[in-house]
Design a protein. Structure first.
Length: 389
């Protein structure tokens, strides 16, 4: 790590504050200094100079220099949710001590927080990110927490209270007997809403699981299942039937299963005499594949729908994103170490009776359809051979 020398610090002071430079008085320690460290580390790193006012005038830090350095070291080690890499320096100018912190960009698994707050650098200020900025920040860190992102323009009025009540009742939660928690506080505590700029907004979880019209907002306009039946073995074949399964994630699965069932059965004959009607693929296998798709989809990838495609020799279910949380294909197929990308969505589908959270989904698909079933490494895809039904 390169340590900045005083001439460069003096030059940065003269240039004034910008997106990579913060000038601060010692009187703001530790809160304002910690905020600046958090914001710079979460963005591109930068320099914090202490003992200088906003106009670049050196007023000095009055505390004993060694004690100041110790306090700064402690702040970097334990003042935020994880230690921050930075180099410290100090210089006496006309008897006035100036200290500086050269903050490196944080490279941990998720953004740094000071208390409960995530901060980023915007221009010359340390601020909380907007909902869009926060999602981009999580994506940058590779820590996907999309279920908690806030949906711009949404409000609690976009929730369907019947579904909320049904969800609570299925968990045997008392929503009648007094005293009851204040409604908005209860929704926030349960992750259905969050507060942005003083206004309640639905989370992605709240919208996809309890929303009246989940696809009416820009971040979720493609969060549905697109269905097509082809006359041949690839997408160049004639499209025989097309459908769309929109709504909440449980409605999407139910509607997709209904569309598939309407395609009819495959006729086979025993001893060339007795006709046997069988589904194109086992209904249980398709259900598991669709539930897996809506729950484990990477909702940070926009502009991509879940695909249910019926070909003459197979049925493909494709969901955006890799297998969640570094899971290997072999592990997923074996049902070992069940992991989920979107825990809140998985909890909803479990409570509503659509899944078990035991890692049995893909093993059930594989068993019902035979060994031809396998997820792709490039996207969450399950392919089930129609001939194996």
């Amino acid at each position: 790590m390169t340590h900045l020398a005083w001439p460069e610090i003096r030059s940065r002071i003269a240039a004034g504050e910008d997106e990579h430079t913060e000038l601060k008085l010692w009187a703001g320690f530790p809160k304002k200094v910690a905020d600046a460290i958090c914001a710079l580390a979460n963005t591109d790193g930068g320099l914090i100079v202490l003992g200088v006012d906003d106009d670049g005038k050196i007023v000095g830090v009055g505390d004993e220099p060694d004690e100041v350095q110790e306090k700064l070291t402690d702040l970097l080690q334990s003042g935020l949710t994880a230690p921050v890499r930075a180099s410290l320096g100090r210089h006496s100018e006309d008897g006035l001590w100036v200290h500086w912190i050269d903050v490196r960009r944080y490279r941990g698994p998720e953004p740094l927080r000071r208390g409960q707050r995530i901060l980023v650098r915007r221009g010359r200020s340390s601020v909380e990110p907007s909902a869009f900025e926060l999602q981009e920040l999580f994506n940058t860190f590779g820590f996907i927490l999309t279920a908690e992102q806030l949906i711009p323009g949404s409000s609690p009025e976009d929730l369907d209270p019947r579904i909320v009540r049904r969800f609570f009742e299925r968990q045997r939660l008392d929503i009648v007997e007094e005293p009851q928690p204040e409604w908005l506080n209860d929704l926030e505590n349960r992750g259905l809403i969050g507060i942005e700029g003083g206004e309640p907004r639905l989370t992605l979880y709240g919208l996809l699981c309890f929303g009246r019209e989940p696809q009416k907002f820009r971040p979720t306009m493609n969060a549905w299942i697109d269905m097509a039946a082809y006359g041949g073995t690839d997408r160049a074949s004639e499209v025989l039937l097309h459908g769309e399964a929109r709504g909440r994630i449980d409605e999407q699965v139910e509607r997709a299963l209904g569309w598939f069932k309407a395609l009819g059965n495959k006729e086979t004959y025993a001893d060339d005499q007795r006709r046997i009607d069988r589904p194109l693929v086992p209904q249980r296998a398709l259900r598991e594949a669709l539930v897996n798709a809506v729950v484990h989809r990477d909702y940070a990838i926009t502009g991509s729908k879940i695909l249910l495609e019926v070909f003459s020799d197979r049925v493909d279910v494709t969901s955006a994103g890799e297998l969640p949380n570094h899971m290997r294909v072999e592990t997923a197929l074996a049902g070992g170490h069940p992991r989920t990308r979107n825990e809140l969505l998985a909890h909803f589908m479990t409570v509503m009776g659509w899944m078990e959270l035991r890692g049995r989904g893909l093993p059930i698909v594989r068993t019902r359809c035979g060994s031809s079933t396998a997820p792709s490494r490039g996207s969450s895809t399950a392919s089930t051979a129609a001939s194996s039904a």
